[in-house]
Design a protein around this ligand. Structure first.
Ligand code: BG6
Ligand code: MG
Length: 217
């Protein structure tokens, strides 16, 4: 039996659905610049850093570095504007119950998000003080699918990767966790075939089942 000591939650798409706001912000920029960009295109940006998202949106169109920086700043300005709407009511169903259950079971809880806006979003959700560690887009240089961010969070929690379960909605996030030696729970369609355990949504997670299955593996 393995000892599981911690949960590491992705933020966007797991704790709250900011993916729509990321999409609207990239879409506004793309429309202004005459670049075709659809909701389907946006799926490839899930879990990917701001710079990686810009590259995917451009689909090989060349732009110089100054323009790239200016476009990322503009996209972030639009995105932060949308974040104004977020309140504690925007927690995805089941998240608060899962956090409560994890704490009741004595697990550490943490965030591993590629976003530089993670702390802002958590504060707006009323979760600014709910976690034992928060890793965000400022914590490491190499973002998902590199394992660095989750390893950074594990270090903060003082746990080894096989003692922690990463909960992710993006394939890039599951890849990052697996590369780092973490246990994984995937949420939603993008992670259906790559995680140790998969659920359609957070509300469907039964934590004691997850712990029993992953501790026994
Ligand atoms: C991830 C999102 O959590 O953070 C991506 O899934 C986003 O869509 C990335 O691009 C970086 O976010 P930000 O807020 O730093 O631009
Ligand atoms: Mg995500």
């Amino acid at each position: 039996m393995k000892t599981i000591r911690a949960l590491i939650f992705d933020l966007d798409g797991v704790i709250t659905d900011t993916a729509e706001y990321h999409y609207l912000a990239w879409k506004r920029l793309a429309d202004e610049e005459g670049i075709p960009f659809t909701r389907e295109d946006n799926e490839a940006l899930r879990g990917v850093s701001r710079r990686g998202s810009l590259d995917r949106m451009l689909k090989g169109r060349p732009i110089d570095e100054e323009t790239a920086q200016a476009w990322m700043t503009r996209k972030n300005h639009y995105y932060v504007g949308y974040l104004d709407k977020i309140t504690p009511a925007d927690l995805l169903p089941g998240v608060q119950q899962l956090l409560d259950e994890a704490k009741r079971l004595g697990l550490l809880v943490s965030i591993g998000s590629a976003s530089k806006n993670a702390k802002l979003v958590l504060n707006k959700l009323g979760l600014g003080a709910a976690f034992d560690a928060i890793g965000d887009g400022y914590s490491v240089v190499n973002t998902k699918p590199a394992p660095d961010l989750f390893i950074w969070v594990a270090g903060r929690l003082d746990v080894y990767p096989p003692q922690a379960i990463v909960i992710e909605d993006a394939e890039a996030g599951i890849d990052a966790a697996r590369q780092g030696g973490f246990l994984t729970v995937g949420i939603g369609a993008s992670t259906a075939n790559c995680a140790d355990i998969h659920y359609d949504d957070v509300a469907s997670i039964v934590l004691v089942d997850v712990l029993n299955r992953l501790a026994a593996d």
